[in-house]
Design a protein around this ligand. Structure first.
Ligand SMILES: NC(=O)c1ccc[n+]([C@@H]2O[C@H](COP(=O)([O-])OP(=O)(O)OC[C@H]3O[C@@H](n4cnc5c(N)ncnc54)[C@H](OP(=O)(O)O)[C@@H]3O)[C@@H](O)[C@H]2O)c1
Length: 325
């Protein structure tokens, strides 16, 4: 697995990071730990979590996995979005909810709709950062986190915030190694422009369709982590290929296989993200062991895929980003 040194820090990590936002959707502790271990065995040492992932339970699950190998891992967590008391009590029913959703998958849509009602108002001040960090350290079972990120703040949230002094203190005390911001590109760009001290590490969505990372070009010289290579793009590309199959026709001719499988499209989408962020990290996630193995292989250096990746990106440009019809 390719390693990268995050700009402006002494943190070396894996080019591919595993995201834990959906980890608690996996039905058992055994399978969740197996998934994390599979990522680790494939060379992933970067794990991204947040206080509110898995309704507050994902950090503890990641902490269990980190036991005995903490110094080999780069753990990133976030603060600012947290559960309200109703969210905290609902979290205790998660095991039962998972079993119900496994039996009746349509319930997942209801569960997602419900999530907004379980969250407290967002806060990014020093007091919130302090209490959230203490909770994260306890849940993760560690005395430091590598990256401590503000979770989706707007410019207004941070303009007059006292948080930076706390973050610098926490870094001096060794409780965090580095800090930064995460969230949608327009908020991240606004903070890069107006409160640059908070944004020396930025975590943004990026995929082959939106190519949000291009919007950071004026704000170079900072560590970039991107997320969501598939969640927006995969379905759009799959759907487009159904009505404009020229790329899958070419692929079929070259490989002798019928149609272009979704896994192959996912491979190109991930490959694009890695190429677009060569000195940073690309976060992905899956709840499926087999997919994880397949995706982790994507990062092995293989320049022979470059020309097919270029064709894929040209297709995305012509058929999805700027379609002529
Ligand atoms: N503000 C922030 O900082 C922020 C925001 C969003 C996300 N993140 C981080 O980034 C991580 C990744 O984000 P994301 O969940 O949006 O990730 P993603 O990797 O873009 O999408 C994951 C989804 O893609 C599906 N998938 C993956 N490979 C597939 C394939 N070959 N065929 C079909 N479906 C496939 C997975 O389904 P299966 O599970 O069925 O495989 C899963 O539902 C999160 O876990 C989180 O850690 C951070």
């Amino acid at each position: 697995m390719k390693k990268v040194k995050l700009v402006g820090t002494d943190i070396t990590t894996s080019a591919l990071g595993f995201g834990c936002a959906q980890l608690m959707r996996v039905s058992s502790v055994r399978l969740r730990q197996q998934l994390l271990n599979e990522a680790y065995d494939a060379g992933v040492c970067h794990f991204d979590v947040a206080r509110m992932y898995g309704l507050g339970l994902a950090e503890a699950e990641l902490g269990k996995f980190a036991r005995g190998k903490r110094d080999k891992l780069v753990l990133a967590t976030k603060f600012g979005i947290d559960l309200n008391p109703k969210g905290t009590s609902t979290a205790r029913l998660q095991g039962m909810a998972r079993r119900l959703i496994a039996m009746f998958p349509a319930l997942r849509i209801l569960a997602r709709r419900h999530t907004g009602t379980l969250l407290a108002p967002r806060r990014y001040d020093a007091a919130k950062a302090r209490s959230s960090l203490e909770t994260s350290l306890r849940e993760l079972g560690t005395d430091y986190v590598d990256l401590f990120l503000l979770h989706e703040p707007t410019l207004d949230d941070v303009t007059n915030s006292d948080v930076m002094e706390f973050l610098n203190d926490a870094r001096s005390q060794g409780k965090i190694r580095a800090y930064g911001i995460s969230g949608p590109i327009h908020d991240v760009v606004a903070i890069c422009r107006n409160v640059p001290g908070l944004a020396s590490i930025v975590q943004i969505p990026n995929d082959a369709i939106t190519r949000d990372i291009d919007k950071l070009a004026p704000y170079a010289n900072r560590a970039i982590i991107t997320y969501s290579p598939f969640s927006n793009a995969l379905k759009q590309v799959v759907d487009r290929i159904k009505i404009a199959p020229r790329i899958s026709d070419r692929w079929s001719k070259a490989t002798g296989k019928d149609g272009m499988p979704t896994d192959e499209i996912a491979f190109f989408l991930l490959r694009y993200c890695l190429q677009a962020n060569p000195s940073g990290v690309v976060l992905f996630s899956t709840t499926k062991l087999e997919r994880l193995k397949m995706l982790a292989k994507t990062v092995t250096e293989d320049s022979s895929v470059d020309s097919s990746l270029r064709s894929f990106l040209r297709y995305v440009d012509e058929e999805i980003r700027t379609p002529r019809h």
